[in-house]
Design a protein. Structure first.
Lengths: 113, 112
């Protein structure tokens, strides 16, 4: 158990819909990262937050947004969903923002029909 | 930007045999290197890391990796694998910006 909690574990929705994925980082970790894992794209970095502020942005689509709340949990919002958004979305956390030592949650599997 | 190349997408090996999973990274003045493992239906877990110092790095579950600056490689090795080592292995690097870039992964399958 990494200490990172993600909900929901599985989500099935239709094209055009909007979903929210939630992540609680390890106790004491200030930095949260979101990754998307799919068969064709591999593991893609989406966005990073540190102590409530956006720290770095990767290959995140404009239809996607995220935020980190004062209690340090984070949410990833995916809107106008397309079939190609079907993937496993991972949240990870770390103590500091400048480290590669990440602790990953078990992921949220999104299926868009 | 950093890039990481994992040369083998699939590596089948028999139980108790040695294994090497290959990883090459793009050169950077300052680079940190990592290996992560992903067991089925789980998130990624850190196996080992190279930040500085000794080029031979030991990790969990008997794995080790060697940082080779001249060849820009960070290959992962284990002298004797077990069935339970079956998983996907990801090499990752972070450069001066300290953003983690993952390779495409290598599926290690240990056969009985």
């Amino acid at each position: 158990d990494s200490g990172v909690t993600q909900t929901p574990k599985h989500l099935i929705t239709a094209t055009g819909q909007r979903v929210t994925l939630r992540c609680s980082p390890r106790s004491g970790d200030l930095s949260v990262y979101w990754y998307q894992q799919s068969l064709d794209q591999g593991l893609q970095f989406l966005i990073q937050y540190y102590n409530g502020e956006e720290r770095a942005k990767g290959n995140i689509l404009e239809r996607f947004s995220a935020q980190q709340f004062p209690d340090l949990h984070s949410e990833l919002n995916l809107s106008s969903l397309e079939l190609g958004d079907s993937a496993l979305y991972f949240c990870a956390s770390s103590v500091s923002p400048n480290t590669g030592e990440l602790f990953f949650g078990e992921g949220s599997r999104l299926t868009v029909l | 930007a950093q890039s990481v190349t994992q040369l083998d997408s699939q590596v089948p090996v028999f139980e108790e045999a040695p294994v090497e999973l290959r990883c090459n990274y793009s050169s950077s003045v300052s680079v940190y290197l990592f290996w992560y493992v992903q067991y089925p239906n789980q998130g990624l877990q850190l196996l080992l890391k190279y930040l500085s110092g000794s080029t031979l790095v030991k990790g969990i579950n008997g794995f080790e990796a060697e940082f080779n600056k001249s060849q820009t490689s960070f290959h992962l090795r284990k002298p004797s694998v077990h069935i339970s080592d079956t998983a996907e292995y990801f090499c990752a690097s972070s450069g001066s910006a300290r953003q983690l870039t993952f390779g495409s992964g290598t599926q290690l399958t240990v056969l009985p």
